[in-house]
Design a protein around this ligand. Structure first.
Ligand SMILES: Nc1ncnc2c1ncn2[C@@H]1O[C@H](COP(=O)(O)OP(=O)(O)OP(=O)(O)O)[C@@H](O)[C@H]1O
Length: 242
């Protein structure tokens, strides 16, 4: 790993609720470098989504810090700067795909580029390339409901990567897919991570999918379990650049 692209240092998140404080995360540290796939594994309620939200700037920790590769503290930036970091540097993949139903696959993938005000011609080229990368070039004009779950998640991955972020975050990206499709989606995430040198963090509670990880971080009741934080691969598979 050549320096961390994203780092959580002793992050905690306490939610104040009517029934009292909920300690969703209690001092979790995690570091991810370019070309590295870290899987966060844990049972329901262990804090996976909370951690991914903090890493992606969708939420702020109540303790600890989230640091970017350039040394800036994401968790302390003003909201408008967090938004810029999210648009330019972070691709996010959701369990429920998060596609806009009235838009075609290509139009969904185009959304991040519109937000970045990329000119139309360049948008078209980049969207076509992104759909090609996930194997959906032939489905560009279809709406989400005309696609299978696996295909919809491929659109979600193309959308997450079309702006060429350095960081990929995926919260249970295979949670709504059958096990065979889930394996192909994890394969795709792994190969894109290695080929493009992404810093990727993926949450899952499926032990089978952790096979694809370079490193696994186990969460339990908002705490990392150090004994189970294992190096899965010391030598990463690196494919030719794209
Ligand atoms: N906005 C919130 N307000 C109050 N409590 C919350 C909030 N978000 C999460 N929690 C609590 O924090 C804990 C961790 O939740 P989180 O969603 O991060 O777990 P998870 O591991 O992603 O679970 P799942 O696998 O079911 O998605 C849970 O006890 C949850 O109820």
């Amino acid at each position: 790993m050549s320096g961390s692209v994203l780092r959580a240092v002793e992050v905690s998140r306490v939610f104040a609720t009517g029934a009292g404080d909920v300690h969703a995360l209690r001092g979790v540290s995690l570091e991810v470098g370019a070309g590295e796939l870290v899987v966060v594994r844990g049972p329901s309620g262990s804090g996976k989504t909370t951690l991914l939200n903090l890493l992606g700037g969708l939420d702020r920790p109540t303790g600890g810090r989230v640091l970017l590769g350039d040394g800036r503290e994401l968790s302390a930036l003003p909201e408008k700067d967090v938004l810029t970091v999210r648009r330019e540097q972070i691709g996010y993949v959701f369990q429920s795909f998060g596609l806009i139903p009235v838009l075609s696959a290509a139009e969904n993938v185009e959304v991040p580029l519109r937000l970045l005000e990329v000119p139309a011609r360049e948008r078209d080229e980049r969207v076509a390339r992104a759909l090609e990368t996930v194997g959906l070039a032939a489905h560009a004009r279809q709406r989400p409901y005309e696609l299978s779950g696996g295909q919809q998640q491929r659109v979600g991955i193309a959308r997450a990567l079309v702006a060429e972020p350095a960081i990929l975050l995926a919260d249970e990206p295979t949670g709504q897919l059958d096990s065979a499709t889930a394996a192909t989606i994890m394969d795709l995430i792994r190969s894109l991570t290695h080929r493009r040198g992404l810093a990727a963090v993926v949450s899952t509670h499926d032990p089978v999918l952790t096979e694809q990880a370079d490193r696994v971080v186990d969460l339990h009741d908002g705490r990392p379990r150090p004994a189970a934080t294992v190096a899965k691969r010391t030598v990463r598979e690196t494919g030719a650049g794209e």
